[in-house]
Design a protein around this ligand. Structure first.
Ligand SMILES: Nc1ncnc2c1ncn2[C@@H]1O[C@H](COP(=O)(O)OP(=O)(O)OP(=O)(O)O)[C@@H](O)[C@H]1O
Ligand SMILES: [Mg+2]
Length: 238
């Protein structure tokens, strides 16, 4: 089994062929690790996550997921986008069931026909995410923290080996943010790799094994998260 869940080598990315947004990124994430990607707004964190889950392709460089650089099975990587990507008019349970589409096919997902065992599984993940009590509520009626829990349950429903979470808890108050991070650490399978993009230095320091610092599309540092402090990163955010 590959030691690294994610390996990027010399990755460059541009939307228009010039003005590179990511410049020569090398990144290795160990299987089962929790990695924070920190950097100022516009530094390229979201772009990097989209490259890892193959929503966009780099101009050059190589990407390997669990030792394979072939096509990715869609369910191997669970992606929680910055805006969560939930369907507001569907219930929490229906949103989580969308995470099962690789097992039941798009037709089943579209028609809303779900095997009983998938419904049971979706309820299990809603329960793990602490939101089973609102399974039948439409997402637009839920608070920001509750939506975040639904998005986590949907990602878990894919049973992915890697979860990428963009600005994971940044819209939440500090108590809810900590609660969700604690829960995520607890329910994460040992081998599941978690990469989160964040501006929050204390979140990275308190919860992540490693932190990668990115500025203007360049990876400028990679450190054990416990070494993170404001002095070390002050220049990056100014
Ligand atoms: N579709 C696009 N077309 C052109 N430029 C883009 C596009 N999407 C993003 N960019 C630019 O790419 C750069 C990196 O954006 P990205 O969203 O990756 O940053 P980020 O680090 O995630 O920022 P934030 O912390 O604000 O979420 C920014 O300068 C942004 O304006
Ligand atoms: Mg972003």
């Amino acid at each position: 089994m590959a030691e690294y869940a994610v390996e990027l080598h010399n990755v460059w990315y541009s939307h228009n062929g010039s003005n590179h947004i990511l410049k020569d990124i090398d990144l290795k994430v160990k299987r089962g690790a929790l990695l924070a990607l920190i950097g100022p707004s516009g530094s390229g964190k979201t772009t990097l996550l989209k490259i890892i889950c193959r929503l966009i392709r780099p101009c050059s460089g190589s990407i390997s997921i669990r030792g394979s650089n072939g096509d990715l099975e869609r369910h191997e990587v669970g992606y929680i986008p910055q805006q969560l990507g939930l369907v507001r008019g569907l219930t929490a349970l229906e949103n989580v069931l969308v995470g099962a589409h690789s097992r039941i096919g798009f037709a089943g997902t579209l028609l809303g026909v779900f095997p009983e065992k998938e419904i049971e599984l979706a309820m299990k993940y809603l329960d793990m995410a602490g939101i089973a009590g609102k399974a039948d509520k439409k997402v637009y009626t839920l608070s920001g923290g509750e939506r975040q829990r639904v998005a986590i349950a949907r990602a878990l429903m894919q049973e992915p080996e890697i979860i990428l979470a963009d600005e994971f808890v940044s819209n939440l108050d500090i108590v809810t943010a900590k609660e969700i991070m604690d829960m995520m650490k607890k329910i994460k399978e040992k081998d599941t790799t978690l990469v989160i993009a964040t501006h929050d230095i204390s979140l990275a320091r308190d919860y992540c094994d490693m932190t990668v610092i990115i500025k203007n599309g360049v990876k400028i540092d990679e450190i054990c998260s416990y070494e993170l402090d404001y002095d070390r990163v002050r220049d990056i955010f100014t």
